[in-house]
Design a binder for this molecule. Structure first.
Ligand code: HPA
Ligand code: ZN
Length: 349
């Protein structure tokens, strides 16, 4: 016979699971090139006559056995080679929006890496137009708001970043901000101070990947030299008490990506992840998917993974979900409407 305890446990868990699946969500840390699923990658490869290092979906997934950031980036840039035409960028972006619409995502902020394409001879306009038009269509069809953030590749030079900023200025109204990604260690934020100053002068907001593989010092630099409004990842902040206090006092959000952190060995297992610790310290931490096609899950799967591993309750999920709306680069009216939607949902569930 099933005892009342054993009978109840799964019901309780499925309730939090259902909450995660159904609640309105915002995603703030998502590389659009990292949403390219092997199926679409292979079909674009065929459409464009590009030959890849893998010929089947199974071979591609087998190649996704990363050991660190660099082994991932090598494959990520290889996959991006199938993107040549505006339609390709549109199709990739559309596939992502359709997917997260089904997960009740109501606001997304999307990173793109123009240098990964312009350095292969694809025109900047081709890249940004394809992504932008998919975002516009998504907003219309999915009752979703969107933002686009242009990232500089930090393993390339500061001069190349400044050239890239110049290229986006004619499309200034299509982006909300700039970011900094690619290999963190050895490429500290200070290298990009000038281009971030120029971006701010153009009215753009700033974020930066920091404190993922790199030390807390890089988070300090992102705050003080790049004057970022959010830190992408930032999980290593916990090593520096003064930094934790600063992030808390200024309510600087951290966009954390749990499945990415495990796949790139920032943490050995999901059980070791420190997101609950960061949340309990009172920081504005959020859950995101980073590169879902490569790391094994979209935003819902990231929420479910930490909920199960760290035994998060409804209050934790509520706070993580609300933090994302608060941290979003949105006008007050839309932000207020989305927070209201979340609060009504939480009252009913
Ligand atoms: N980290 C750093 N750079 C990146 C990533 C990431 O997860 N994805 C794409 N560029
Ligand atoms: Zn990232």
């Amino acid at each position: 016979m099933i005892s009342p305890e054993t009978a109840r446990a799964p019901v309780r868990r499925s309730t939090v699971e259902a909450l995660i699946r159904n609640m309105p969500k915002a995603e703030l840390h998502l590389h659009i090139e990292g949403t390219l699923e092997p199926e679409l990658m292979l079909s674009l490869a065929e459409r464009n006559g590009v030959s890849l290092g893998f010929g089947t979906v199974e071979e591609a997934r087998k190649a996704y056995a990363f050991t660190d950031m660099q082994s991932f980036l090598d494959i990520y840039y290889e996959g991006a080679r199938v993107l040549l035409k505006e339609q390709d960028f549109y199709d990739m972006t559309w596939a992502y929006l359709e997917r997260v619409h089904a997960e009740n995502v109501r606001h997304v902020e999307i990173f793109f890496d123009p240098q990964a394409h312009t350095d292969r001879g694809v025109a900047f306009e081709t890249v940004i137009s394809g992504i932008h038009h998919a975002l516009i269509d998504g907003e219309e069809q999915f009752d979703m708001s969107t933002g686009l953030i242009m990232c500089f590749l930090r393993h390339l030079s500061a001069a190349a970043a400044r050239e890239t900023l110049q290229r986006v200025l004619p499309y200034r109204n299509w982006i909300v901000g700039v970011g900094l990604d690619s290999s963190e260690v050895g490429h500290p934020p200070e290298k990009f101070k000038v281009v971030f100053d120029e971006a701010r002068d153009a009215g753009l907001l700033a974020v930066a990947h920091a404190g993922e593989e790199g030390p807390p010092e890089y988070v300090w630099q992102a705050l003080e030299l790049l004057r970022v409004k959010r830190i992408d990842h930032g999980v290593r902040c916990i090593e520096d008490e003064r930094l934790v206090q600063r992030l808390k006092e200024e309510r600087i959000p951290l966009t954390v990506c749990p499945l990415s952190n495990v796949r790139l060995r920032v943490f050995d297992t999901i059980d070791d992840h420190n997101i609950k610790q960061i949340l309990d310290r009172g920081l504005c931490v959020t859950v995101n998917s980073d590169d879902p096609a490569y790391f094994g899950g979209y935003i819902t799967e990231n929420f479910l993974a930490v909920q199960r591993a760290l035994n998060l309750g409804k209050e934790d999920i509520h706070r993580l979900g609300r933090n994302a709306f608060e941290a979003a680069f949105l006008d007050e009216e839309r932000k207020h409407a989305l927070i209201g939607m979340l609060e009504r949902f939480m009252e009913r569930h």
